[in-house]
Design a protein around this ligand. Structure first.
Ligand SMILES: [Zn+2]
Length: 203
């Protein structure tokens, strides 16, 4: 199930967002391949996990919809971190966490996706990341969203509540996830991605 959940941990997320941005600045030169383009190295869609960075690159290469989502975020004032973790105590496979530290005009959003390969196959995981990036873009397209309450207000107007969870779903995110998965199924995996996928998710 591809879903968005909201939780009441804004302080925690703000702190992590700022910390992660510093860590990533040191890690980036080591984990980006020498052939990486400048736009990739400076993308506003980031991760502290090299495995996820490989997934982001693969998804951009194989899916035009995914590439469009990343480019839209790159042209926003947002910075999106994609990390492995658990949403709603494992009830959801992915979520967009509030919020959002507004520092120097940047807004930070964190996407969490499940690390459990038993729940999603490889392409489903990439599609889930695309789905959650659409949610991130929903936030970044609304400049009034700067904290947990304003984010919830925005989703009350554009989303529908998820039954049994404190969170919302949108048709736009569902459509993006479906489009990404369709494109991935058309563009099978190139050999260079198979080695990356064999690595464990853990840091
Ligand atoms: Zn969703």
């Amino acid at each position: 199930m591809l879903s968005t959940a909201l939780s009441k941990t804004p302080q925690h997320v703000v702190g992590r967002g700022l910390t992660l941005s510093i860590v990533a600045a040191f890690l980036t030169p080591q984990i980006m391949p020498a052939s990486a383009g400048a736009d990739e190295a400076s993308s506003r869609v980031r991760s502290t996990n090299p495995v996820i960075l490989d997934l982001l690159k693969e998804a951009r290469d194989r899916s035009a919809t995914f590439r469009t989502l990343v480019e839209a975020i790159d042209h926003s004032n947002g910075i999106v971190y994609v990390e492995f973790g658990y949403c709603a105590f494992g009830h959801l496979d992915g979520c967009l966490l509030p919020i959002i530290a507004s520092t120097h005009g940047d807004r930070y959003v964190r996407v969490i996706v499940s690390p459990e390969k038993s729940r999603l196959n490889h392409d489903q995981l990439l599609a889930l990341i695309g789905h959650e990036l659409r949610h991130a873009l929903e936030v970044l397209e609304h400049p009034e969203v700067v904290d947990d309450p304003t984010m919830e207000n925005m989703y009350r107007s554009i989303g529908t509540p998820i039954a049994g969870q404190r969170g919302f779903e949108t048709s736009a995110a569902r459509s993006s996830g479906t489009a990404v998965l369709t494109e991935l199924l058309r563009n099978t995996r190139a050999p260079q991605y198979l080695e990356a996928a064999a690595r464990p998710f853990a840091d």
